[in-house]
Write a protein that binds this ligand. Structure first.
Ligand SMILES: Cc1ncc(COP(=O)(O)O)c(C=O)c1O
Ligand SMILES: [Zn+2]
Length: 426
């Protein structure tokens, strides 16, 4: 286990195989600490690991014998070895559903799976990233957890903080769906609505971090972002393990900031490097809503730079107009031979209903985006229907009920058989 010294303190930190922070732009390395930007070039920092000394088959056995949550992958994450014993929501190991009915509707013959992350403790994939950030916060001595959020993250932070005995204060756009607001508030922390969109919220949090008012706070997606982001790797690990330690050929991933997509790629690359899966090509496809599609617009235009947009879509969880990881998403989609596509709000709603009707999975709008984009990519021939394809559903439809308002009773009858017969259902 690598033990590093935090630059700003004299304490050593043990974050398992995490060896240092490394700049994604210039490669400059700094010791593990609550920092997120490179002091040389302001590029984003990410975790660099020391995986030397791992024997592939021993590692596989250790993972398989581990708990049915993300901590089975602790040897590949920035967490101490005894992480499973700490109060944490222990998310992950969600279902990989073989979606044969949906496959038939879409004309996919090579095997279609839905990775259903609505099964996490607060019903979105955000529990994975928050679980990592919480462990880093503990190690760095923070006692308040905070974030800027499009909704799901706020709930995940509130719940994780409650379980771990941290104070929480989270920031969201003031006009989010009621389901997201209640989910974020119920755990008892402070929830602050900001008059503006997510990009305004994020800008505010960056200011707060430099102000005495935010001193000593762990912002999971700002000063703890390098640790937080690694939680998304567990989606890649689980998908591969649940496929019998095989890589899928194609994965469709929603994009807000783009962090999740980049870390799924990082996770798949690590599995190959560690020999846990066969080294073969895979394609990563990014999915956005047309009303907030800065990355797909850049992809289609052949640009390397992502021009910010002002979001206007029902997919509020994905409504980030200025995505921090946008350029890295473009690199990955292009390098793997994937694509980035978008769908209209109407197509999102149709896709939510299609997934529910075919597989019994009620997705939030972000899931409507990935299923809608999958359908569009199959129809346009970009996605190969003969290949194994995994579509992510990252959140729960109960949090975005407004998107499917109007879905309701088939009939209202009096409590007698004549009235039932009159309704014409049989
Ligand atoms: C349900 C859901 N899916 C996907 C995402 C995208 O996450 P990222 O910012 O890592 O791209 C979010 C972000 O808030 C989300 O809430
Ligand atoms: Zn740098």
């Amino acid at each position: 286990m690598a033990v590093q010294t935090v630059a700003s303190t004299t304490d050593s930190v043990d974050l398992g195989p995490a060896a240092a922070l490394s700049c994604r732009e210039c490669g400059h390395r700094v010791p593990l600490g609550p920092v997120f930007a490179c002091e040389e070039c302001f590029g984003p920092l990410e975790i660099a690991y020391d995986f030397s000394g791992y024997d592939t088959e021993e590692l596989r056995k250790r993972i398989e014998a581990g708990p049915a949550n993300i901590w089975r992958y602790a040897p590949l994450l920035p967490v101490p070895a005894d992480v499973a014993g700490k109060p944490n929501l222990n998310p992950g190991w969600t279902k990989l559903v073989k979606a044969d009915n949906l496959a038939r509707e879409l004309g996919v013959t090579g095997g279609l799976y839905v990775k259903d992350d609505s099964g996490n403790p607060t019903h979105s994939f955000k529990d994975r990233v928050v679980a990592q950030a919480l462990e880093a916060a503990r190690v760095f001595g923070f006692t308040t957890l905070s974030c800027s959020s499009t909704g799901n993250l706020a709930g995940a932070v509130g719940a994780a903080a409650a379980r771990a005995g941290f104070h929480s204060c989270v920031f969201i756009p003031h006009d989010l769906e009621q389901g997201k607001v209640v989910m974020a508030a119920i755990y008892g922390g402070d929830l602050v609505g900001i008059e503006g969109n997510y990009d305004d919220v994020n800008r505010f949090c960056s200011e707060l971090i430099g102000d005495p008012a935010g001193e000593g706070w762990g912002f999971v997606n700002v000063n703890l972002r390098p640790y937080y982001a690694e939680g998304s790797k567990t989606l890649a690990y689980e998908i591969a393990e649940q496929l019998g330690w095989r890589l899928p050929d194609q994965i469709v991933v929603p994009i807000a900031s783009g962090s999740q997509l980049t870390k799924i790629d990082k996770g798949l690359q690590e599995l190959i490097r560690l020999g846990l899966v066969e080294d073969k090509p895979y394609k990563i496809f990014g999915a956005q809503a047309e009303g907030c599609s800065p990355v797909s617009t850049a992809f289609k235009a052949g640009h390397d730079v992502v021009r910010p947009q002002k979001p206007d879509t029902i997919a509020k969880s994905l409504a980030i107009g200025n995505p921090a990881d946008g350029p890295y998403v473009l690199d990955i989609a292009r390098r793997t031979g994937g694509a980035v596509e978008d769908v209209t709000d109407e197509q999102i709603v149709d896709a939510i209903k299609l997934l529910a009707r075919t597989e019994g999975i009620f997705a939030e709008t972000a899931g409507g985006v990935t299923v809608g984009v999958t359908r569009k990519l199959v129809e346009s021939g970009v996605l190969d229907p003969a290949k194994t394809t995994v579509v992510l559903n990252t959140g729960d439809g109960l949090k975005t009920l407004d998107a499917v308002a109007g879905t309701g009773l088939t009939a209202t009858i009096r409590p007698n058989l004549d009235s039932f017969r009159e309704a014409g259902l049989v």
